[in-house]
Ligand binder design. Sequence first.
Ligand code: SAM
Ligand code: SF4
Length: 336
Amino acid sequence: MDFNTAGMIDPFGRAISYLRVSVTDRCDFRCTYCMAEDMAFLPKRDLLTLEELDRLCTVFIEKGVRKLRLTGGEPLVRKNVMHLVRDLSRHLKSGALDELTLTTNGSQLSRFAEELADCGVRRINVSLDTLDPEKFRTITRWGNLEKVLQGIEAAERAGLKIKLNAVALKDFNDREIPELLRWAHGRGIDLTVIETMPMGEIDADRTDQYLPLSLLRAELEREFTLTDIPYKTGGPARYVEVKETGGRLGFITPMTHNFCESCNRVRLTCTGTLYMCLGQDDAADLRAPLRQSEGNELVSAAIDEAIGRKPKGHDFVIDRNTRRPAVARHMSVTGG
Ligand code: SAM
Ligand code: SF4
């Protein structure tokens, strides 16, 4: 099948080569900055099957996607998700895809780490905001830190390269970031800190949680020597090298620094909705054209049409006057 060999180019000349797929919006945690305690999830009947997800991902790969990240919700709680990983791994073998990876909360990694490695997954992102078991339980509402740490060990044993993601939360884990940094770098793991983004209604007040990373960086610089480096992983993080630990620290700053100029990605939900920007509501339904015919021409045309209206960027704001989230959907719908 040969659709658009020139690849997908948006109106601002950005080549779209990165697809993030939220394979489920469900999760075994309820992180307070991500979800409300009492969440209404997408109806199961609306979900794409694993076969449909594979078909859709394959169309994107044929159209120029080189990197694919499975996320969620928690991708490893989707039933039989490893069938999808196994199926998609054929594109790694054929050379059509450079990387197949996932973002996980780590709770199920003990079970799946080896199989992931066996499918050709080389790197994964694990989200971990604190090393304190009590605080971990508080922030995730009921998560078990021990299980996540065991998952990280299993991933290390399986030879997966891990990057740790921590959301920086004011008066919650900000003073703990140095400890997290030493712990991660001591194991050869890079750490990335993320600013909270105003996505979806949660129970907490985001102005209370929001910590600009410029402040965190200034605080860290009292203890560590940070040197800006041009290191890139294909994502929006800007990296520094930490002299004292020899490791890398990334900053993802959607709020204080707009990273949209170099955006190369689009996001697919588990119901087949394509979001062209994490911070905008505009979306395209790919499920209907996917199901309308056995061939992929209709869905391919719908993708082209959607890429043709990828916006220039987001306009997230968190302040006391802006009480409503910038976008109504939660991060777990489109995937972080
Ligand atoms: N469940 C998996 C996990 O936690 O890694 C994957 C999905 S989760 C939505 C992906 C990432 O988004 C996590 O690192 C999480 O901390 C982050 N995240 C969730 N809600 C966020 C928000 N409102 N602002 C910033 N980051 C958020
Ligand atoms: Fe679940 Fe990840 Fe959201 Fe936490 S951040 S509730 S682990 S989807």
